[in-house]
Design a protein around this ligand. Structure first.
Ligand code: AMP
Length: 593
């Protein structure tokens, strides 16, 4: 099945989705049937399914045959096939249609970038989810036709493998696709920045130009967006430092010498070369006021017609919500949709829901989804689970239960079969008959020394408690990560914080104690009491450390649009940066009662 969706008005698109959600279980079986029909003779499927004919098979029999013959798999199982494709192998290995493009996943979640197949289907579904989400948003926030979006987007460089396959991030391929051009043509909002700025390959120059052009068109900007909230926060942090240069450029119709890429200079100067002293004056007087208020309410003040801020604010992005709210003042924050390089998954159908509560309705035409039931292990010997989760048998979308957590398994149109995505989600309800998912965490990102197992989400909650104390002292937690140090005995957790503002040492000691006492994982509590895990260490790193970490990822091919600070790392390069930049260390003392 092509990922068909009604074209046309928002209401057509919404009624299409209401219809597929109503029939989600049968749409899922049709999706599986279509994926198998399209790829029946590929090497991977033949290996597991042999020559079985699925044509006359009933839906239910098809699903059970497929799941009984084809095993659950991880990225490592597909890696040899994907590598052969990258090397130029033309045989139908995982898809019937030749794969000419590979995406690089951000790699910030498990420390390693992965090649993932990208096809026309990938950009079609990207366009679809974009239109679908926009249709739901437009029911609540009406956007002026011909308005603009200040969108902090960045594509990475594309390169060719020795087999001639184009590689880049999924967002980069999408921006280069026909579908992106369709979106630009069909939607009635235009991104402030031209293509040259989006694809400059230098995130600092792109950010400067996004901000400059956003201000140049300030009255026309209808909303502010990025893929992940990190990019918006990062951009406005840099605005706090570069606003004077930007205002000079607006006043004089010039472009700062910091912008060195000729194509970017030309594209931007073509837009802003008429001096606009009155706009510059207005922006300057607002910035002077904003600076005194520590930039609170920057977005509505500088973009008076913006209706909302739209970006992924869940999962590892949740940390940036405090800062985003600070910049957004009373402007609504609309949480972006849920997907991965491998497949789009769910759409936010309740745009007015606060980001902390948002869930995503699974789009049943995008992939065939299965769900591995997970139970958090209560077992303190830790023997029963690989990580802290005990697994049940995978269930189809129609069998998930509200209140339960699952790992998502994907069968995609791009050649991944029963692929464990590694994301943990909770079913919080249904949109008609399709589940609504809360993103919980990445499964593999865990802090563990011995029997303790804390996920990214557990760490997020602990850091939130510690940073409350910091906020009371009028300081701000810029970013954080962690590491389980096991070289010395007993092992212990290290949490790295970059903070903004002056804080007394006794406050930081209190933050450290508070975090140590806030882990609720039984393995941790027992181990701390018996001292088989040592005191928690809080390392304060110097200003700009997390920027260095981001730049390290970007230097290795990641795009800023996709960047997520790893919340737990054992990557030696990152640890070296963190340790070299550590300026203060605190250890929690005795563990509580
Ligand atoms: P990538 O590996 O760069 O393709 O990133 C995809 C991953 O980002 C997903 O598997 C999730 O872990 C995370 N992600 C994507 N969308 C969301 C979202 N809306 N909320 C939380 N995490 C998300």
């Amino acid at each position: 099945m092509e990922p068909t969706m009604a074209n046309g008005s928002s209401s057509d698109i919404i009624s299409w989705f209401e219809d597929v959600s109503e029939n989600a279980p049968s749409v899922q079986t049709q999706t599986l049937r279509r994926i198998l029909q399209l790829n029946f003779s590929v090497e991977y499927l033949k290996k597991w399914m042999g020559e079985v004919s699925i044509e006359d098979m009933e839906d239910e029999a098809l699903e059970s045959l497929y799941t009984s013959l084809v095993p659950l798999a991880s990225h490592a199982d597909f890696e040899p096939y994907v590598q052969m494709i990258a090397d130029g192998e033309k045989a139908a290995l995982i898809t019937q249609e030749p794969i000419t493009t590979l995406s690089l996943s951000s790699g910030t979640t498990d420390g390693r970038q992965k090649y993932v197949p990208f096809t026309r289907h990938s950009s079609k579904t990207t366009l679809q989810i974009f239109k679908l989400a926009a249709a739901y948003r437009s029911r609540i926030y009406s956007i002026k036709e011909g308005g603009r979006i200040l969108e902090f987007i960045y594509s990475s460089k594309q390169f060719k493998t020795k087999g001639g396959i184009t590689v880049g991030t999924a967002t980069t391929h999408y921006y280069a696709s026909e579908e992106f051009k369709i979106k630009q043509r069909e939607t009635k909002s235009y991104i402030c920045s031209p293509e040259e700025v989006i694809s400059s390959g230098d995130y600092k120059q792109s950010t400067y130009c996004h901000l400059l052009l956003g201000l140049y068109f300030n009255d026309q900007v209808e909303f502010i967006a990025s893929t992940f909230a990190f990019s918006i926060v990062q951009s406005f942090r840099s605005f706090e430092e570069s606003w004077k240069d930007i205002c000079n450029d607006i006043r004089d119709g010039t472009l700062s010498s910091k912008i060195t890429i000729p194509s970017v200079r030309k594209a931007v100067l073509d837009i802003i070369s008429v001096p606009n002293p009155s706009l510059a004056k207005r922006v300057i007087s607002k910035c002077v006021e904003l600076e005194e208020m520590d930039w609170f309410g920057l977005i509505p003040k500088l973009w008076p017609n913006a209706k909302y801020v739209y970006s992924i604010m869940t999962g590892s992005m949740q940390h940036y919500l405090t800062k985003l709210r600070h910049y957004a003042g009373d402007l609504p924050l609309v949480s972006g949709d849920y997907g991965s390089t491998e497949s789009w998954i769910g759409v936010n159908v309740d745009p007015c829901c606060p980001p902390e509560k948002v869930s995503f309705a699974v789009v049943p035409t995008f992939s065939y989804f299965e769900f591995i039931p997970l139970n958090r292990s209560e077992n303190e010997d830790g023997k029963s689970a690989i990580d802290d989760f005990i697994e049940g048998d995978p269930v189809p979308l129609s069998n998930v239960k509200i209140g339960k957590q699952y790992e998502i398994v994907l069968t995609t149109f791009t050649g991944l079969y029963r692929y464990r995505l590694g994301d943990v989600v909770e079913v919080v309800g249904f949109h008609r008959n399709t589940p609504k998912l809360n993103f919980i965490c990445r499964r593999k990102l865990i802090l563990t020394v011995n029997i303790d197992k804390n996920t990214e989400n557990d760490l997020q909650l602990v850091v939130e408690k510690g940073s409350k104390i910091l906020r009371k002292a009028r300081a701000e937690l810029v970013d954080f990560t962690s590491h389980a140090e096991v070289v010395k005995n007993p092992g212990h957790y290290i949490i790295y914080w970059e903070i903004k503002g002056e804080v007394e040492e006794r406050i930081l000691e209190e933050c450290c104690r508070e975090m140590d006492a806030s882990f609720v994982d039984h393995g941790y509590v027992v181990s701390r009491r018996s001292n088989s895990i040592g005191p928690l260490e809080l390392c304060i790193v110097e200003k700009g450390t997390f920027k260095k970490i981001m730049e390290n990822f970007i230097a290795n091919g990641a795009a800023l649009s996709q960047f997520k600070t790893p919340r737990c790392t054992s990557n030696q390069v990152l640890l070296r940066i963190l340790n070299l930049c550590t300026i203060k260390r605190f250890h929690s003392t005795a563990y509580g009662p």
